[in-house]
Design a binder for this molecule. Structure first.
Ligand code: HEM
Ligand SMILES: *[C@@H]1O[C@H](CO)[C@@H](O)[C@H](O)[C@H]1NC(C)=O
Ligand SMILES: *[C@@H]1O[C@H](CO)[C@@H](O)[C@H](O)[C@H]1NC(C)=O
Ligand SMILES: *[C@@H]1O[C@H](CO)[C@@H](O)[C@H](O)[C@H]1NC(C)=O
Ligand SMILES: *[C@@H]1O[C@H](CO)[C@@H](O)[C@H](O)[C@H]1NC(C)=O
Ligand SMILES: *[C@@H]1O[C@H](CO)[C@@H](O)[C@H](O)[C@H]1NC(C)=O
Ligand SMILES: *[C@@H]1O[C@H](CO)[C@@H](O)[C@H](O)[C@H]1NC(C)=O
Length: 377
């Protein structure tokens, strides 16, 4: 958030009274003055209702002639999520990486058979934090991979790569934000992915490997990253994302739960379905994250005052307190990002907070009380 904030400030300062504000850049964290300049130039048009669940959730060819993989063009954006990167590189999402939440839901369902409720939870949750809620647009990353020099040019639009909240520490194939590049595929980390798959999966990534590698990445962050933070919602998504390669990256005609390394690399590094790839043969809810967690349970927390000092944070939600996940997300995260929205920004936030609650209420949070931090109209 900090990085994004400084960049936005710089952009605004440079451009004086007239400036072009990218329509997919989040409005989160802007000052009152900045919002007063930008929000009146934007109009919120409520998008259509969320896409319905698939009628046909059988396995099917998804690397099909209508969705060929294409290399990045100058300006195309990719980011932290190998799932969304792949959907964009095959045209299930716009290839430039600038998307709407409904496009994410539709693409995740069609291309990967992701469960409707899970897709809505992820899409609206990340969108509220990383997207522009008034224009309905979000970028799936921070930079255009095809154009930047190496190391890449500074990010101008954080999108899904924006650190904290969803993008978080201890990723399998991306470094912690503290070390600089939190979004690009990292070969050293992938080597460790392969090494763990050799050691615990006889050369394949499976849920046993996932449990060990999740633990390893957490221990590495505790030992090396003085800023290591592992609280909700990242705490939840970290365990889910460790199961995702087993859930989504294995061909749907294959039921053994063992992911080949060349297939893993294809998704993680190249944003590419293998030739002839079939999506899973059922609607995927992220099953297996409980297995990953149970291998090495750890409570939410963070390093305090330096490395090797992981202090538990009892105010963070954990697997026993799903409603706290929702409450903290709305009352702390969203209200922290948008302390006192007005006009179309407030209307749009209420609209998306409602969609987020509906998704949440449909899953782990059923029975939680809906919150209305900005009133109820
Ligand atoms: C539906 C909307 C989705 C959203 C909004 C989303 C968002 C994200 C975000 C923000 C991260 C970064 C977390 C981190 O810091 O590591 C991430 C990571 C990840 N995502 Fe997604 N994702 C979505 C769907 C999917 C799908 C369908 C798949 C699989 C096909 C997938 C697979 C993964 C994996 C494996 C990681 C972990 C990467 C790593 O640890 O190296 N995601 N996703
Ligand atoms: C899915 O099923 C519903 C209800 O049967 C139907 O209204 C809808 O048209 C179907 N959608 C597709 C894409 O076939
Ligand atoms: C690390 O945390 C400190 C204290 O919260 C903060 O000032 C600094 O910007 C952080 N650095 C990075 C790279 O995250
Ligand atoms: C990849 O990650 C490793 C381990 O954190 C780090 O030493 C290395 O510099 C990273 N490589 C790149 C190209 O960023
Ligand atoms: C993972 O692979 C190893 C080695 O073949 C095997 O012992 C283990 O049972 C597998 N775990 C799962 C969940 O498939
Ligand atoms: C998916 O395929 C596996 C075997 O390959 C089978 O056991 C399972 O029942 C199938 N699921 C559905 C919903 O067809
Ligand atoms: C959320 O914040 C509001 C306003 O500060 C407060 O009245 C409410 O009790 C909080 N809700 C929860 C569940 O913490």
């Amino acid at each position: 958030m900090l990085k994004l904030f400084f960049v936005q400030t710089a952009l605004l300062a440079l451009s004086g009274t007239t400036f072009a504000y990218p329509s997919h850049m989040s409005l989160a964290g802007l000052t009152r003055e900045q919002l007063d300049q930008i929000v009146p130039t934007l109009t919120f048009t409520p998008p259509p209702p969320p896409p319905a669940p698939l009628n046909d959730t059988s396995a099917k060819l998804v690397n099909d002639p209508a969705h060929p993989w294409q290399p990045l063009r100058a300006g195309d954006i990719r980011g932290v999520c190998p799932g969304l990167n792949t959907l964009a590189s095959h045209g299930y999402l716009p290839r430039n990486g600038i998307v709407t939440p409904n496009q994410i839901i539709e693409a995740a369902q069609d291309g990967f058979n992701m469960d409707n409720t899970l897709a809505r939870f992820l899409a609206y949750g990340t969108f509220l934090v990383d997207g522009n809620v008034v224009t309905n647009e979000m970028s799936i990353g921070s930079k255009s991979a095809a154009t930047g020099p190496d190391p890449p040019a500074p990010a101008i639009v954080g999108g899904l790569d924006t650190h904290a909240v969803f993008e978080g520490d201890a990723s399998m194939t991306r470094q912690d934000f503290f070390f600089g590049n939190n979004h690009d595929f990292n070969e050293t980390l992938f080597d460790q992915f392969v090494e763990f798959s050799n050691r615990f999966g006889a050369g394949k990534y499976n849920l046993t490997v996932a449990g060990e590698l999740r633990h390893q990445r957490i221990q590495q962050s505790i030992a090396t990253n003085p800023n290591f933070t592992f609280v909700a919602p990242r705490y939840f998504t970290a365990f889910a994302e460790s199961a995702f390669p087993v859930d989504f990256f294995i061909d749907g005609r294959d039921s053994n739960g063992q992911l080949e390394m060349d297939v893993a690399r294809s998704f993680f590094q190249n944003s590419r379905f293998p030739d002839g790839f079939f999506r899973p043969n059922h609607s995927v809810t992220g099953e297996g994250s409980d297995v990953v967690f149970a291998a090495h349970p750890i409570e939410p927390g963070r390093n305090v005052g330096g490395v090797n000092n992981y202090v538990l944070d009892p105010t963070s939600a954990d697997f026993t307190t799903p409603c706290l996940l929702y409450t903290n997300f709305v009352n702390e995260t969203i209200v922290g990002l948008y302390p006192s929205p007005t006009g179309d920004l407030r209307t749009a936030l209420n609209f998306y907070l409602n969609l987020f609650f509906e998704a949440f209420d449909n899953s782990e949070g059923s029975g939680c009380t809906q919150l209305f931090p900005y009133g109820q109209d």
